[in-house]
Design a protein around this ligand. Structure first.
Ligand SMILES: [Zn+2]
Length: 282
């Protein structure tokens, strides 16, 4: 499943390639699962919309749209958004009309530039939605939790202090912090020297401050390297990320810790694999 750095990489790549383009027409597949808004509404918002920009909000990709006014008056521009969640296996591909449509394609947007934007998702956990913002002050889509890269340290400490769950589960709780997934939670905890099973409430303010720092550091490094290519993740331009070569604990069960040589352990916390060094992490 793509995590925050992969989604950020994909959104940046899409922004570079499709910002300023416009949607001419929309084709939607028959499968109902990927459509979180009614098909008619998706088509109605997207058709003839200009793509002002593409950005990441939490783990969602948000296309900011300028919609033609419905009564034809140019002066009243309505804004809208196309919100894509990639789920487990979703991908947004830029294609040309002569390229054969991949299996499991659920949406095709024909663009004014002659290119097409395809949403492909074999396992169909991905979701497509639209919003139409009638007033200029309408806030648009917001992720449920705090944005990790924009958050203040003291806010992080307040959110996580006093929680009785393991710190790893708290980090994965998208209602607290939006976008930190399994890989980056394990890597942040390793760098902070904290065992994933430790109760959040048992950590000192100083430890929580350190963890907030390592979460941001790991996410920033991963974005710089284009994310982690685990399973079949590639960015919008079909490139792999390189952060997987920086993983110090994730996916390294039984291998020696890069700091102390102790074999890395793997435990299951809240149904997810957690990797840690039993010596470096307390
Ligand atoms: Zn170690």
């Amino acid at each position: 499943m793509p995590e925050l750095p992969e989604v950020e990489t994909i959104a940046r790549g899409l922004n570079r390639r499709v910002a300023g383009d416009a949607v001419e027409s929309v084709w939607l597949g028959e499968k109902p699962e990927p459509l979180k808004s009614p098909a008619k509404e998706i088509a109605s918002v997207l058709e003839r919309a200009r793509i002002a920009g593409v950005r990441r909000v939490g783990k969602h990709i948000v296309f900011d749209l300028e919609l033609p006014s419905r009564n034809g008056r140019k002066s009243r521009m309505t804004r809208g958004q196309w919100i894509v969640h990639l789920g487990m296996t979703g991908r947004l591909l830029i294609a040309t009309p002569e390229v054969e449509m991949a299996k499991h394609t659920h949406a095709v947007l024909k663009l004014a530039s002659g290119r097409e934007l395809h949403f492909v998702d074999p396992r169909r956990f991905g979701r497509l939605a639209v919003v139409r913002m009638e007033s200029s002050s309408a806030p648009g889509f917001a992720a449920p939790g705090e944005e990790p890269l924009g958050s203040q340290t003291e806010r992080f400490v307040t959110l996580f202090r006093g929680r009785k769950t393991p710190i790893k589960s708290a980090l994965l709780n998208q209602k607290l912090f939006s976008g930190v997934g399994n890989i980056y939670a394990d890597e942040s905890l390793f760098r902070a020297g904290i065992r994933p099973r430790r109760r959040a409430a048992s950590l000192t303010r100083e430890q929580l401050r350190k963890l907030h720092g390592t979460v941001q550091e790991v996410l920033r490094e991963a974005i710089e390297l284009g994310g982690s290519s685990v399973s079949d993740y590639v960015d919008a331009e079909g490139r792999e990320g390189f952060f997987q070569f920086q993983h110090r604990v994730y996916g390294r069960e039984g291998e020696p810790c890069l700091v102390c040589g102790t074999p890395i352990k793997r435990v299951i916390i809240a149904g997810r694999s957690s990797h840690y060094c039993p010596r470096c992490q307390k």
